[in-house]
Design a protein around this ligand. Structure first.
Ligand code: ADP
Ligand code: MG
Length: 588
């Protein structure tokens, strides 16, 4: 039923504006709300979900509106013909602006958006070609079959039909391979990159998508108002659009409608009441909105939508689709990973010094050592999360020293994290499906158009298979962070297996597991070894790692102090000294 809502929604779009007794004033408000919701939906994707705050979305309405205004008034184009150009103008300008600003993070990005919103505003106000501050008037209305859609009710139908399309497209995008990449940006970017997600591209995608929605809104605005000037595309408007998304619930698509409605209605009333109340005219509503924003953030930091929404996780499609193609794995016994002279300095601290070891297919190597020995740092060097200061890492026979996490993942290196990195807003199976990102190829556009369903079914079938592999099938639809921490580590293993890895790097997978869960994990890892996988295991539980590993590499203060079979390492004096003279069996 979820997917059938657009049908009644479209009917309502056609019927509601013509309801007898509906004042034309309300139809106008509906138009404003509809246009604002389109913009706010883009902000939901960009800010609420992608984590990039933009105060400048109104400027992209400007790109859409002015493009259509120029093409229709100067060149005599028909309004419909200008639509793709208006949307493309917003998208292309977002590509250019994004190439410069998206490298900034956090508050700096937000400040950057303010800077270009202000510059574009003054640019538009000073360009003769754009009519300076007076703007462009005489924009023709939309026409259908020779009938000019001048009546506000016609505009209302067009705007709300467009909005339904936007919401469907946005939900489709978020429920696709690239949508998961965007949803992983907030909090999960390092993990997503480790599974081959091009996070810079995902950021750009969210930015351009939001701008294109704003461009569409600008096009609608231009033909509704039949005139454009810089004011509605300035910074104040940008702040209001952001406010709408935040008030409604910036991480939720329906929140955009809620927020846009509330802010538009309140704005309309305030413009009426405040001057009467205060006995002077002025933009007092801006102050009220500031207070409102702070109140909402205090009372409901996630916005109002989550308060209205019924809780409960969404049922995911998991068909028995055809298995994904597998990569060619090296023969058991051949060297998969070779680390030579690896070094990492953090300022004066040498976290890893001259570390060398190798791992073969069908072998489990344990990397052990006291806290702070440099194990996790070594993992980050092997997976491209950090660049080594010296030394080489080769995978199969290829030199991967300093390669990006995406490139290393693409070769078949998958990992889990000591500090679990799952995307909190996603279900378990969606998190696991991120591991299969590189095994799909659907583009964002095919996601929006829902042409990716066959591939999605295969990705989710693989995710379901790997969840079954690690024994967590019954958790598939739970929110990822509702699981116990130990189980979240196992989810990370399922995600790693979705990559179809040749080399699996596990950072303390047994931490937080109960005794029988550890036994199940050991059985799983033995099974994977028997299938020919190379596994590098960092683990503090000595019983666990001694029983499982074929070889151990012991680190202390960044250097390798011992290497060999578990029985030999256990008796090595240097190792015993590193563990403060305690017997290894007691340090579990
Ligand atoms: P382990 O995983 O073996 O417990 P780590 O690799 O996490 O050890 O840390 C090794 C050393 O490097 C520690 O002294 C730690 O404080 C330091 N270290 C790790 N990451 C960083 C970093 N990003 N910046 C500075 N020092 C770091
Ligand atoms: Mg560690």
């Amino acid at each position: 039923m979820r997917r059938l809502w657009p049908v009644p929604a479209l009917l309502a779009c056609i019927v509601v504006p013509w309801l007898p007794g509906l004042p034309i004033f309300w139809v106008s408000l509906l138009n404003t709300i509809g246009i604002a919701t389109i913009v706010a939906t883009g902000i939901v994707v960009l800010t609420g979900i992608g984590g990039m705050t933009s105060f400048g979305q109104a400027a992209f309405l400007g790109f859409g509106a002015y493009t259509s205004a120029l093409l229709t008034t100067q060149w005599g184009w028909s309004p419909w013909l200008t639509l793709p150009f208006a949307v493309a103008a917003a998208g292309v300008s977002a590509l250019a602006i994004g190439a410069i600003t998206l490298r900034l993070s956090g508050h700096y990005l937000a400040l950057g958006t303010i800077a270009w919103a202000v510059s574009l505003y003054y640019l538009a106000g000073n360009l003769d070609a754009l009519g300076r501050n007076d703007g462009i008037s005489g924009i023709p209305p939309l026409q259908v079959a020779g009938v000019k859609l001048i009546d506000t009710r016609y505009s209302c139908v067009v705007i709300w039909v467009a909005l339904v399309g936007v919401v469907v497209a946005t939900l489709n995008l978020l429920d696709s391979r690239w949508g998961r990449a965007i949803r992983a940006l907030r909090g999960g970017a390092v993990a997503a990159a480790s599974f081959g997600v091009n996070t810079a591209r995902a950021r750009m995608l969210a930015f351009v998508y939001a701008a294109m929605l704003a461009g569409l809104a600008g096009w609608l605005y231009a033909h509704l108002q039949r005139a454009v000037n810089p004011t509605p595309f300035g910074l104040v408007a940008g702040i209001q659009y952001l406010l709408m998304a935040v008030v409604g619930g910036a991480a939720f698509v329906p929140g955009a409608l809620l927020g846009a409605s509330l802010v538009t209605l309140v704005n309309d009333r305030l413009q009426d009441w405040l001057p009467k109340l205060l006995g002077a005219s002025g933009n007092f509503e801006v102050i009220v909105f500031g207070v409102l924003l702070i109140l909402v953030l205090q009372v409901a930091p996630e916005g109002l939508w989550p308060l209205l929404r019924r809780t409960g996780s969404k049922a995911l499609h998991r068909h028995d689709a055809a298995p994904l193609p597998k990569r060619a794995h090296p023969a058991p016994g051949s060297t998969v990973l070779n680390v030579a002279g690896l070094r990492k300095n953090f300022g004066g601290l040498v976290a890893v010094a001259d570390l060398s070891f190798a791992v073969s297919a069908g072998e489990i190597v344990g990397l052990i050592g006291p806290n702070g020995a440099g194990k996790s740092t070594s993992f980050n060097l092997l997976t491209g999360v950090a660049a080594p200061s010296a030394g080489t890492v080769s995978f199969a026979v290829r030199d991967i020293t300093g390669a990006t996490p995406q490139a290393i993942a693409a070769l078949g290196v998958a990992r889990s994290f000591q500090h679990v990195k799952l995307v909190a807003s996603m279900s378990v199976i969606e998190n696991v499906a991120i591991g299969a990102h590189l095994r799909g190829s659907a583009s964002p556009l095919s996601g929006v158009l829902r042409l990716d369903r066959a591939e999605e079914a295969r990705l989710f079938a693989e995710a379901a298979r790997q969840l079954a592999h690690v024994g967590l099938s019954n958790m598939a639809d739970r929110p990822a962070t509702s699981l116990a921490l130990g189980q979240q580590r196992i989810v990370e293993i399922a995600r790693a297996l979705c990559l179809d890895p040749t080399l699996l790097l596990l950072d303390e997978p047994a931490a937080g597991l109960r005794h029988n869960e550890k036994q199940e994990l050991a059985a799983l890892l033995s099974r994977l070894r028997a299938e020919g996988m190379a596994i590098l295991l960092v683990e503090h539980d000595m019983d666990f790692v001694m029983a499982l590993a074929d070889r151990l590499v012991v680190m202390d203060f960044g250097t390798r102090i011992a290497e060999g079979k578990p029985e030999a390492v256990r008796r090595d004096p240097a190792v015993i000294a590193a563990y403060l003279g305690t017997d290894l069996e007691e340090t579990a």
